[in-house]
Design a protein around this ligand. Structure first.
Ligand code: FMN
Length: 316
């Protein structure tokens, strides 16, 4: 996909209505990822309604109705957004199981989405789960969705993978057009006075940028037949330049748009990028994309270990 600039409005409540999406388009966004359609949202509600003790006669019918209803709401969001936004509109599905769920992908394509982003965000806590099963699920889901659609399929990964680079390599081989590093988990916290669980920071901070830079830098230096979008901790004008230098083609940004008006923000980011490129004599993003990725991955562990030693040996 060609974007007019590398700023993508990342999937969240911000992109759940066509009116808001139109404002992002008018503010100058390069692309928009719609709020995710969650597998659980449909399946849990469907399970509940499908309980035969509650609705003895019509349970199957209700399950089917609910699924279709949720899906048609989402398809309407795609159609309405496409009418008012003349930039790529990416649908997002959050799925956990490799199941019939993938049928929905075909309908999403028919509704006019320019691409589909899949996120398989889940913690792995089951004692019986074998190593690698979770990663394999990504590959299986991608394969099944690719069988249903011809638009680009983008995989948005969590940061809880044993070896993201090996997985990305397999996803590229499986035909994924791009990967997004990374999705953001719900952040738990504890209130020590009330002695109870509470929600931690909903929005990211710039502290999260280092993790994004590390993995975009390592993965893009190794697997270069797939596009990367960086997501997580982009909170300053320079951070956008940094993720491009690390190897990303675009940035999926979310938290900053919860805090500041989109029009001024996008103007500031694109203006800064333009000025920086002029200052550095760069004609296009392609000229510097990945200039600072990690070229020699074989030495990455040694590099990390020596840097770590240097860093902490000075700390009293
Ligand atoms: C309130 C909120 C809701 C989000 N909802 C979704 C979602 O539905 N689907 C998704 O793929 N990512 C979702 N995300 C993750 C963001 O799209 C983004 O990848 C993440 O927040 C990192 O970017 P940031 O540091 O710019 O916020 C959400 C994030 C926030 C803060």
């Amino acid at each position: 996909m060609e974007l007019k600039n590398p700023i993508i409005i990342s999937s969240s409540g911000l992109t759940e209505s066509a009116e808001r999406n139109q404002r992002f388009y008018e503010a100058g966004a390069g692309a928009i990822v719609l709020k995710s359609l969650f597998e659980e949202q449909i399946m849990l509600e469907a399970d509940w309604l499908g309980d035969p003790t509650m609705y003895p006669e019509g349970s199957d019918y209700l399950v089917e109705y609910l699924r279709e209803h949720k899906l048609s709401e989402y398809l309407a969001l795609i159609e309405e957004t496409k009418k008012v936004c003349h930039i790529p509109v990416i649908a997002s599905i959050n799925c956990y199981h490799d199941a019939e769920w993938e049928e929905f992908a075909g309908k999403i394509e028919e509704a006019g989405a320019d691409a589909i982003e899949i996120n398989i965000l889940a913690l792995q806590t089951n004692l019986q789960t074998q190593y690698g099963v979770f990663e394999q699920r990504h590959i299986d889901i991608l394969r099944h969705i690719k069988e249903k659609v011809s638009i680009p399929v983008i995989m948005k990964l969590g940061d809880n993978l044993t070896n993201p680079v090996a997985l990305i390599d397999q996803l590229a081989a499986g035909g994924a057009a791009g990967v997004v590093l990374f999705n953001r988990f719900y952040q738990p916290d504890i209130d020590i006075e009330r002695i109870k669980h509470i929600t931690g920071n909903v929005l990211s901070t710039e502290m999260e940028l280092a993790r994004t830079l590390r993995w975009v830098g390592i993965a893009s230096g190794t697997v270069n037949n797939i596009d990367y979008a960086a997501s997580g901790g982009i909170h300053s004008l320079g951070a956008l330049v940094k993720v491009l230098l690390a190897g990303a083609s675009a940035a999926e940004m979310c938290s900053v748009f919860y805090k500041q008006d989109a029009k001024s923000l996008i103007n500031e980011y694109t203006g800064f990028l333009q000025q920086w490129m002029e200052r550095q004599g760069m004609q296009s993003i392609a000229q510097f994309k990945g200039m600072l990725n990690v070229k020699d991955v074989k030495d990455i562990n040694m590099f990390e270990r020596t840097q770590f030693m240097k860093y902490f040996s000075g700390k009293q």
